[in-house]
Write a protein that binds this ligand. Structure first.
Ligand code: KG4
Ligand code: ZN
Length: 340
């Protein structure tokens, strides 16, 4: 009997404000470490220069922790996978340079990973959960992106629609900021919305052709609405916070849901996998589960640990590429913008 040796991959993610490292043994996650950067809270959003400095400080301890938790040493590694883009260039450069140096020092292959492909392929990390079969509709809902994608296999992604302006997570965060919530506001809105009535306040759904979406007009209408009401009643936000959160959240979800419905009709694909930070949102998860039951769709929701930015998702793409020997060269530069 031929037994194949397992492959150990170290994955590094540093595209925005989380420094993350994971170790995978084939498709199994042995460790998934992350250092969040609290420094941005004081500014109400990510400050790119501060993010890259914090990555510099965090990367060595985070990688060290991932290796220790996995119970291996760097000598056991077979490849290094890293996020090449898209993201903040200064942040990407830290992970990219670190990954390149480590692959050179250990003389093992380097594998570049597209951050948005990773958000969708996190569903293939070994677990007890069912996995999508190809083709499926991938819905990326994060702080930087909102995309509807047809995924034909591990390496074939076609963008069907995208946001014309702000991403859904950005809209959550900016609406939250306008209500005086901290950064990122998405998780807080989610929690508050659970005690509110989503029908209390009505906000318009923008009319955008095709499968594209827009969140900027909605965000502005929320800011204007809050401004108008607080002029009359300074306690308007405090007195209506849960209903405001529930109404805002349900509109943000309805905007993308309308397009998911259209994408299913257009492609006849009814397997839907979501990914990205906003995939943690309980309102979105509940709505997708309910609608799936009604409509006969199959919906795949990632485990919470793989919704917001993490390195395990980079590792699973690394594993698929490793099997195909799709290695990167040392000359491949980090890129802030990167087509699917
Ligand atoms: O995927 P991610 O970690 O980073 C990007 O690649 O952008 O997503 C971060 C975004 C933030 O906008 C954050 O507010 C949002 O995900 N988020 C949520 C929830 N958890 C994180 N939004 C709504 N509800 C949540 N539970
Ligand atoms: Zn992300």
């Amino acid at each position: 009997m031929i037994t194949q040796k397992p492959c150990y991959i170290l994955a590094i993610e540093s595209s925005c404000d989380d420094t993350a490292a994971a170790v995978l043994k084939n498709d199994l996650v042995l460790s998934n470490s992350i250092a969040n950067q609290s420094i941005h809270k004081a500014y109400g959003g990510v400050v790119p220069e501060l993010a890259s400095r914090a990555h510099q400080q965090n990367i060595v301890p985070v990688v060290d922790q991932a290796l220790k938790k996995a119970g291996i040493t760097k000598k056991d590694l077979n490849a290094i996978a890293y996020t090449r883009g898209p993201g903040l260039l200064g942040s990407l450069l830290v992970g990219t340079s670190f990954a390149k140096s480590m692959s050179m020092a250990l003389d093992i292959p380097l594998i570049e990973v597209h951050h948005l492909q990773a958000h969708l392929l996190c569903h293939f990390i070994a677990s007890d959960l069912p996995v999508p079969t190809f083709p499926f509709l991938g819905i990326t809902v994060s702080g930087g992106h909102t995309q509807l994608v047809q995924v034909d296999d591990y390496f074939s992604f076609t963008e069907l629609g995208t946001t014309l302006d702000d991403a859904i997570g950005e809209a959550f965060d900016k609406c939250g900021k306008a209500m005086g919530l901290g950064y990122p506001a998405g998780p807080e809105i989610d929690k508050l919305a659970q005690n509110g009535n989503p029908n209390t306040f009505q906000f318009p759904i923008p009319k955008v052709p095709g499968l594209d979406v827009s969140y900027s007009g909605f965000k502005t209408s929320v800011i204007n609405f809050l401004h108008k009401h607080t002029q009359k009643d300074p306690d308007f936000i405090t007195n209506n916070l849960t209903d405001l959160c529930a109404s805002i959240q349900s509109t943000l979800i309805n905007i993308i849901f309308e397009k998911i419905e259209m994408a299913v009709a257009q492609t006849s694909i009814s397997q839907i996998a979501i990914g990205g930070g906003v995939a943690a949102n309980s309102g979105l998860r509940n709505k997708l589960n309910q609608e799936a039951r009604k409509r006969g769709w199959t919906v795949f929701l990632p485990p919470m640990a793989y919704t917001t930015d993490n390195a395990a998702m980079i590792g699973i793409v690394g594993y698929f590429k490793f099997r195909k020997k799709q290695y990167a060269s040392l000359g491949q530069a980090a890129t802030a913008r990167m087509p699917l």
